[in-house]
Design a protein around this ligand. Structure first.
Ligand code: CP
Length: 362
């Protein structure tokens, strides 16, 4: 049984395999096909709002011939009475064959996976990772541009709290892309991500302050919204939100073939006048979520086989120490039964086993 919690849970070969299966799934969406997951039940446990992730997973499971149970508001469940993630995982394992979870605590999907007896898919855990989003971000690039290696990809917007850019940057680094980070002051890519990119993948992205200075060099521009709901109280949303907006005037400086992606929802960072431009791929990207999620669901349920490949790297070495995670929104800080486990990233760097951030003394 396998879970899909972080993008590194899949090898490069497995990611490519998923792209092939996603292409086949497009045929099932268009004209029907075998019910690969008949009699299987997916539980979608959404402790945080979602449109794309929840509905596309549910659509994927129904198109595979399976059934769906779940919630979109945890206040209507026994979570409101104080039930832990661990106990919820154990209980739902008796009701469903696979779990998709979205949670406002970083690392919550890993806890769910540690305690569930069925495969768990991370549908986004706070600012940590969103690995299925990354799969279809990569699928869109691969399908319409080609191999990722050597491409120059700009990641722009809230790089601190946006989970999509964390999992995507690891994948792009692994697959050999060059990256440019463009973020407002205070919302730059977190140091723990930058350190991992350097230590694990030997990748050192450029940083730029002005999008107009770099847009002409990019093959792909990945825009993101400012995560208003995660900003600290002292940060002025209006000040940072207006800093990077792509409109027709800015697009005039970009290459004719540059692809614009966005995980959506957008707020103001892409003007509506851009939607009709041939370079605007974000709605197509979103539509690919169903076929890619069909592929990963069928694979994790064992309805289709993964290739016999070795993982890209051995599993991380974990140690238990009397420190806590620095991140106030880490699951370790909130679910008190959890062991304080840290991953040895390098001789000099320990990262929380749940959210990847640094340890601090208790
Ligand atoms: N991209 C994405 O995760 O969208 P939702 O928050 O609507 O699921």
């Amino acid at each position: 049984m396998r879970d899909f919690i972080v993008i590194d849970d899949l090898s490069d070969q497995e990611i490519e395999h998923i792209f092939h299966i996603a292409d086949d799934m497009a045929g099932i969406i268009d004209s029907g096909g075998p019910c690969l997951c008949r009699d299987k039940i997916m539980a979608t446990l959404f402790y945080e709002p979602s449109t794309r992730t929840r509905f596309s997973f549910e659509s994927a499971m129904i198109r595979l011939g399976g059934n769906v149970i779940g919630f979109a508001d945890s206040k209507t469940t026994s979570v409101a009475k104080g039930e832990t993630i661990a106990d919820t995982a154990r209980i739902i394992s008796d009701y469903a064959d696979i779990i998709v979870v979205r949670h406002p605590l970083a690392g919550a999907a890993k806890v769910m996976a540690d305690y569930a007896d069925v495969p768990v898919i991370n549908g986004g855990d706070d600012s940590h990772q969103h690995p299925t989003q990354t799969l279809y971000d990569l699928y869109t690039i691969h399908k319409h541009i080609g191999p990722i290696k050597g491409l120059k990809v700009g990641l722009c917007g809230d790089l601190k709290f946006g989970r999509t850019v964390h999992s995507l940057s690891y994948a792009l680094a692994r697959l050999g892309a060059e990256m440019v980070f463009v973020a407002p002051e205070g919302l730059e890519m977190p140091e723990y991500v930058v350190q991992r990119l350097k230590l694990k993948y030997k990748n050192e992205p450029e940083c730029a302050e002005r999008l107009e200075d770099v847009i002409g060099d990019l093959d792909v521009l990945y825009m993101t919204r400012i995560q208003k709901e995660r900003l600290p109280a002292e940060m002025d949303y209006e000040l940072v939100a207006g800093k990077y907006v792509i409109d027709k005037a800015l697009l005039a400086k970009a290459r004719e073939q540059m692809m614009i992606l966005h995980p959506l929802p957008r707020v103001d960072e892409i003007a509506y006048e851009v939607d009709g431009d041939e370079r605007a791929f974000y709605f197509r990207q979103s539509s690919y979520g169903v076929r890619v999620r069909m592929a990963i669901t069928a694979l994790l349920l064992g309805a289709l086989k993964m290739p016999n490949s070795v993982p890209t790297e051995p599993p991380p070495r974990l140690i238990s120490v009397s420190k806590r995670c620095v991140n106030p929104r880490c699951v370790m800080t909130h679910e008190t039964y959890l062991e304080h486990k840290f991953e040895v990233v390098s001789k000099l760097l320990l990262g929380c086993a749940y959210c990847e951030e640094e340890p601090v003394d208790v």
